[in-house]
Design a protein around this ligand. Structure first.
Ligand SMILES: NC(=O)c1ccc[n+]([C@@H]2O[C@H](COP(=O)([O-])OP(=O)(O)OC[C@H]3O[C@@H](n4cnc5c(N)ncnc54)[C@H](OP(=O)(O)O)[C@@H]3O)[C@@H](O)[C@H]2O)c1
Length: 257
């Protein structure tokens, strides 16, 4: 992978929020992007926007990262010219509910584990061997402040993001003799569809985490991801925590009203 040449970037969870913003930022810097998510219609709209606004190309891959079969089949459908993936952004993820463990729904736990941990592993397992063969590549995982600090009502989500951190760190050690880089970008509160998903479509409740603060937006995280990807080859940004200025920890937030 050469600093000046166009790179091919595969982004999971590109149909919304941080993933969609990341696709736009890579396209802005003339890299070509593979957009993955379950909602193909959203991805097609993003592809059209990218190709209209930037001198870049995009590919759409409908994929459910929680299903190994879906990951394998959709990656296998990639045209030869798109198989050399320089940068993988493992961004697809979600939280389901804020129940304490005693009241938690085991189906929600399984969904979070399957998407946030299983999904990251399945996609990485398919793309990493090609990077190793070519001796170049960068894997950027989207973790969370929840991977650094637990909070009540977040046991399983925090566990999944701690797992993302652990996997990122193990992988970096496994790759130390190669030129490959592994980064985790760990945001605090970002206003996306994340809370609408967490509160199962209750839009009123989904606004509460962002009340009285200026939260991050997807573009804030996307710019950090693209910055990490564009460091010189001898520089690895291993772990980046990005918070709104009014958020000091997972639970300490200064609200103005
Ligand atoms: N927003 C925050 O405050 C915040 C803070 C820290 C970390 N994060 C992390 O940031 C990442 C992106 O979240 P976001 O805030 O951008 O939320 P978002 O707006 O809800 O976007 C989530 C993306 O993940 C995709 N996704 C979910 N389940 C999937 C599956 N089974 N297979 C494929 N794609 C799937 C969704 O696409 P489809 O539904 O179309 O499949 C969507 O594109 C997540 O890993 C999240 O944990 C978010």
């Amino acid at each position: 992978m050469n600093q000046t040449s166009q790179k091919t970037v595969l982004i999971t969870g590109a149909s919304a929020g941080i993933g969609a913003a990341t696709a736009l930022e890579f396209a802005r810097s003339s890299d070509r992007v593979i957009l993955c998510a379950r909602r193909r219609d959203r991805l097609e709209i993003l592809k059209d926007k990218i190709e209209a606004d930037f001198s870049s190309e995009a590919q759409v891959l409908e994929m459910d990262v929680s299903s190994r079969q879906s990951v394998d089949l959709s990656l296998a459908s990639l045209d030869d010219s798109w198989r050399r993936i320089d940068i993988l952004v493992n961004n697809a993820g979600m939280a389901a509910g804020v129940d304490k463990l005693a009241d938690g729904d085991p189906d929600d736990w399984k969904t979070m584990l399957d998407i946030n941990v299983g999904g990251l592993l399945y996609v990485t397992r398919k793309i990493l061997p090609g990077m190793l063969e070519r001796g170049s590549g960068h894997i950027i995982n989207v973790g969370s402040i929840a991977g650094h600090e637990s909070y009540p009502g977040g046991a399983v989500y925090c566990a999944t993001k701690s797992a993302v951190r652990a996997i990122t760190n193990s992988l970096r050690m496994e790759l130390v003799d190669t030129a490959l880089r592994v980064t985790t970008v760990d945001p605090g509160l970002v206003e996306t569809e994340f809370s609408i998903v967490r509160f199962k479509g209750d839009k009123e409740r989904a606004r509460t985490p962002y009340q009285g603060i200026e939260p991050l937006v997807g573009k804030d995280i996307a710019e950090v991801i693209v910055f990490a990807a564009n460091r010189p080859p001898h520089v690895s940004l291993n772990e980046i925590i990005v918070m709104p200025t009014s958020q000091a920890s997972a639970t300490l937030v200064s609200r103005k009203n």
